[in-house]
Design a protein around this ligand. Sequence first.
Ligand code: GRF
Length: 204
Amino acid sequence: MQVDKVNIGVLASHGGSNLQAIIDACEQGQLDARVRVVISNNAESTALKRAGEHFIPHFYRSGKTHPDPADLDAGIAQLLEDHGVDVVALAGYMKKVGPITLRRFAGRILNIHPALLPKHGGVGMYGRRVHEAVLEAGEVTTGITIHLVDEEYDRGPIVAQCEVAVLPGDSPERLAQRVLEQEHVLYVDTLRRIASGEINLSKL
Ligand code: GRF
């Protein structure tokens, strides 16, 4: 029996390089899934442009389009449902996922964080700050975490991790670049394992 492809909805705020890696993997047949919809809180995000270039439905939804937070949350959940999304992948999404979306997609929302959680995560730990903290702590190893999303930043059950070595003389930028390259690999691989049933999100 032909198993349906996994339908992915991506929420992203800025560059969308993880989104691009997921789109490419789907298009190249490395990932038996499809990106059905992309939503961003940033109208100018490259993530929305990338979605457009691949003819993927994409939407700008923010406090400006929906001043009432509950409306915004319900609108995002509705868009994901309308596009038949099975799994939501946050890829550099700078907003908290609202309670309505969390409830409707419980246990099916992933986030990627550029460090080995529970270290170097939580409120304010994003972008360059994460890598600065890793270097300041004198870590010799950092990495990437993909986890399920709950109502707190960077806290839900861990789905997958991979390590990245901190090299002598690393700057936050150099480290961030090497970590980001591996993020693309880990996100695609994790989604592939979810699509194949190797990872069962409901058992985490
Ligand atoms: C990544 O480092 C990811 O771990 C973090 O935000 C960044 C997004 O990068 N959550 P991009 O927009 O996918 O290029």
